[in-house]
Design a protein around this ligand. Structure first.
Ligand SMILES: O=c1[nH]c(=O)c2[nH]c(=O)[nH]c2[nH]1
Length: 283
């Protein structure tokens, strides 16, 4: 029986990096978690224990910190591109580098309308994410961007009716419910030469705008509208994938207490939850 090595990659995960950017009158505080994954000529490393081509993951980790001093001063996508180009150009055995950067935001503190020059508050659940895949041999990099942990809710313009009913159906139809989800989104850009910060802000705001304004017939309906809006407004985006768990808010029965619940008192349940995902693409 012939046996050989299948798909494989290796690298350093969870490289936690904090960078202070010192401007004359104020500082910026950036915190990211970086992952490096290399694929390439690693057959002999696995089959013979020959490490001649195995750039240590410890060196990969050090490289992230060393290149941060000069190159982590702007968008996380740009830093990921620098790291990917470094590993591919210096290591002929690497056929592809994949770099993932997740940013943990710090918000500048404000007092009496004044921005504090060097004090920050932690940014909550929302994180921004960038992924770069760079093949060796001169092909262009692929760049994905996204966000996770974006918690949103709306208290009107959401319903769920017209679904199939069978002997196990208990869910009442509603034309007025709370719609809440924690958005995870990832989109691919058409190029690596873009204003990533401006595009991220525009895409994020467009998704939020659509979430707020959309007359939602379901989470699926709103997910598609959000993706459609991004593709319509942003030619730089190839396609977008969204994950939108349904964070259920179930009206609480107040009739035993002689009260009518006019859609004002709910039980927020965290499990089980509806799990709605979809990719919106260009035809
Ligand atoms: O927006 C919704 N989509 C569903 O598929 C679904 N299923 C369900 O029970 N409630 C909902 N809500």
């Amino acid at each position: 029986m012939a046996i050989k090595l299948g798909k494989n990659h290796y690298g350093k995960q969870a490289v936690h990096l904090t960078r202070v950017i010192r401007h004359p009158g104020h500082h910026e505080l950036r915190q990211v978690t970086v992952g490096v994954q290399l694929s390439g000529d690693y057959e002999r490393a696995h089959t013979h224990g020959d490490n001649a081509l195995v750039l240590p993951t410890d060196t990969q980790k050090n490289t992230v910190y060393a290149l941060a001093k000069e190159h982590f001063t702007g968008a996380i996508e740009s830093f990921a591109l620098v790291l990917a180009r470094h590993f591919v150009s210096r290591n002929p055995q690497v056929s592809q580098a994949r770099i993932e950067v997740v940013e943990h935001p710090w918000q500048r503190l404000h007092f009496d309308g004044q921005a504090h020059p060097h004090a920050f508050v932690g940014g909550g659940s929302e994180k921004r994410r960038a992924v770069v895949e760079l093949p060796a041999g001169g092909a262009p990099p692929r760049v994905w961007a996204g966000l996770q942990g974006l918690l949103v809710a709306k208290t009107a313009d959401s319903g769920f009716v017209g679904y199939p009913k069978d002997e196990y159906t208990t869910l009442p139809e509603t034309t007025d419910r709370i719609l809440s989800t924690e958005v995870e989104a990832e989109w691919e850009y058409t190029s690596a030469e873009l204003d990533f910060n401006a595009l991220f802000d525009k895409i994020r705001l467009g998704m939020l705008h659509t979430f707020a304004g959309h007359p939602s017939q379901s989470v699926q309906h709103t997910l598609y509208a959000m993706g459609e809006r991004v593709l319509e407004a942003t030619p730089e985006v190839k396609e977008i994938s969204l994950v939108m768990p349904n964070k259920h808010h179930i009206p609480f029965n107040l009739t035993p207490f002689g009260q009518e619940n006019t859609n004002e008192v709910f039980v927020a349940t965290d499990a089980p939850f509806g799990y709605i995902t979809g990719t919106v693409v260009r035809e």
